[in-house]
Write a new protein. Structure first.
Length: 154
């Protein structure tokens, strides 16, 4: 894996891209990664991304909040196979304090060829699932997410 990835500065240092090694159990009968696994990879990359920008799920949940998935989509460009490394790059595409859309690019780690792209849509709710406005009630979290909206980390 030889690529020219340069990270941008985060509160915790320099952004490190999320790299996933495709596992054998993730393949299907056609010997390619089953389509459902890309959605799992999006979640893994999202959790890693939020942690790196200072809003890990532990921080969010300690504040009494959840961020449920409202929708998810994925478009497949070329197949990933067992034992290949991919880089999953998240980006906050939209954020208004209540809802957030994160886009994802799945790249071949060796060639940087786009393998898949997609997005997940989220909102913010209290632990009893009442919608919440981060701008109104959690200004520090709102400002962090707003600062990262539209930022390309790679």
């Amino acid at each position: 894996m030889d690529n020219n990835i340069t990270g941008v500065k985060t509160p915790n240092g320099v952004f490190k891209p999320y790299i996933h090694l495709a596992k054998y159990y993730e393949t299907d009968k056609m010997a390619v990664i089953h389509h459902s696994n890309y959605i799992r990879w999006f979640e893994e990359a999202r959790v890693d991304y939020l942690e790196q920008i200072g809003l890990g799920f532990d921080v969010i949940e300690e504040r009494g909040l959840y961020s449920p998935v409202l929708g998810v989509s994925c478009e497949y460009k070329s197949s990933v196979r067992f034992n290949e490394n991919v880089i999953i790059i998240p980006k906050i595409e939209f954020f208004n304090g209540i809802k957030m859309t994160i886009g994802y690019r799945v790249l071949d780690a060796d060639t940087l060829q786009l393998r898949a792209s997609g997005e997940s849509k989220h909102c913010f709710v209290t632990t009893d699932f009442k919608p919440v406005s981060l701008k109104k009630d959690y200004l520090d979290m709102y400002e962090t997410l707003l600062r990262w909206t539209g930022v390309d980390v790679m």
